[in-house]
Design a protein around this ligand. Structure first.
Ligand SMILES: Cc1cc2nc3c(=O)[nH]c(=O)nc-3n(C[C@H](O)[C@H](O)[C@H](O)COP(=O)(O)OP(=O)(O)OC[C@H]3O[C@@H](n4cnc5c(N)ncnc54)[C@H](O)[C@@H]3O)c2cc1C
Length: 372
């Protein structure tokens, strides 16, 4: 080979993004925009498997509300204050309306429902995933699919801080962004790997709980209506002294196992956070109204984590800097999305959280690169 044509070794990657879901695709797009060279590595054969499932394939990616309202909604009823506090700066800098404008600038027409939820106008999640795919192709961002990362090892000496190890090769990197998602719907690729990598590097994990999932009941008032949907349902949660502590009005679906639908999901998320924050002794019950029926649920059994819309728990946000999304323990290690212990209610909050934290992480890497 002619020596003049030989390329100089490029050295370690500036940034490797592990996980090509909502947060990883958004992070790669921001990296391209800000001139941060990156490589995106995804376990599955295609990007955004979970995004494609969102809102029954329609993708409710944001809600048309202010960042302050967004933060209030996350912690409504006095739960998840830590989460709201941790994401506040990221959400203020990347509010839902800005996310919406960002997609519009990529040619995605959007649609606002009367309750403020925002979807692509064609109500196809694939439109969102294709918009990312087109942008990353045009910006020539290297993407490795069908490639589960097996290990992230800390490397000493030289510019590289990490070796990102896959089955048949490894990549050296100065910075790693873990965007590997939660631990629900494992078939979409989110199996808790990022949490394991973080733990191996010294991070504490908050135990998983299912979030936004149905509640089981054998009450005949429910099971005999299996298959029916009630648009104007209500789910109320009571504390041990029978004081109503949370109420959510919205759709309720009667299922063979019990109840699902937005009102149930948000009540269930509230219950999980309440129990976690107040200890197992915190007794709660719920009253669910749909059509002409009202059912009191005293044993509140959620469906399993693998069916949950979101994972509550994950990397402890106390060990992540909210101003940069960088680990406080391992310099150069960043986090975005559901891999962390952050979650919101139904209505586009969780995708917005993934996007806003991804933007925050990459913006801070870009800033670090510019600072001599
Ligand atoms: C049925 C359903 C409906 C939903 N509907 C909505 C909705 O309408 N609106 C909303 O806001 N939210 C919704 N959500 C929640 C939302 O999809 C998630 O919160 C969001 O996708 C989280 O983004 P993420 O990037 O953190 O994780 P993910 O989108 O799960 O992406 C993680 C990616 O990392 C990859 N990965 C994991 N491990 C590795 C590894 N070792 N190596 C390489 N890659 C790896 C995975 O394959 C995956 O592609 C829904 C969720 C479900 C399950």
């Amino acid at each position: 080979m002619d020596g003049n044509n030989q390329r100089q070794s490029a050295g370690p990657a500036k940034l490797v993004i592990v996980g090509g879901g909502a947060a990883g695709m958004f992070a790669a797009a921001v990296a391209a925009e800000r001139g941060v060279p990156c490589v995106l590595v995804e376990r599955k054969a295609r990007l955004g498997s979970k995004v494609l499932m969102t809102a029954n394939g329609r993708c409710n990616f944001a809600k048309d509300i202010s960042p302050e309202q967004f933060l209030k909604d996350i912690s409504r009823g006095g739960i998840a204050a830590r989460c709201a506090e941790f994401v506040a700066e990221a959400v203020r800098e990347c509010p839902p309306r800005q996310i919406c404008r960002g997609f519009q600038s990529l040619g995605v027409r959007t649609k606002r429902m009367t309750d403020g939820r925002i979807f692509p106008a064609d109500e196809k999640a694939a439109t969102i995933v294709h918009a990312f795919g087109d942008l990353l192709r045009d910006e020539e961002v290297p993407i490795v699919t069908n490639c589960p990362v097996k290990e992230i090892a800390a490397v000493k000496g030289g510019a590289a801080r990490f070796a990102i190890v896959a089955n048949s090769f490894s990549i050296l990197a100065e910075n790693v962004l873990l965007a590997t998602g939660g631990a629900s719907y494992p078939k979409t690729g989110s199996v808790g790997d990022g949490q394991r990598f973080a733990q191996a590097l010294g991070h504490r994990l908050i135990p998983y709980r299912p979030g936004l999932i149905g509640l089981e009941t054998r009450d005949e008032k429910v099971t005999r209506l299996a298959g029916r949907r009630f648009e104007d349902g209500a789910a109320k949660v009571f504390d041990a002294s029978d004081k109503a502590v949370f109420e959510y009005r919205g759709e309720i679906d009667c299922e063979r196992f019990g109840l699902s639908g937005a009102a149930i999901y948000n009540a269930q998320r509230f219950i999980e956070h309440w129990m976690r924050e107040r200890g197992a002794a915190a007794r709660l019950s719920a009253e669910v109204s749909f059509g002409r029926e009202t059912v009191r649920l005293d044993s509140l059994r959620p469906r399993p984590l693998k069916e949950a819309i979101v994972t509550i728990g994950g990397v402890d946000t106390k060990e992540v800097d909210p101003h940069t999304m960088q680990s406080k323990i391992v310099p150069g290690l960043y986090f975005a999305g559901e891999v962390m212990d952050i979650d919101g209610p139904t209505g586009g909050y969780n995708l917005t959280l993934a996007f806003a934290t991804a933007r925050k992480a990459v913006a801070s890497i870009a800033k670090k690169e510019k600072t001599p």
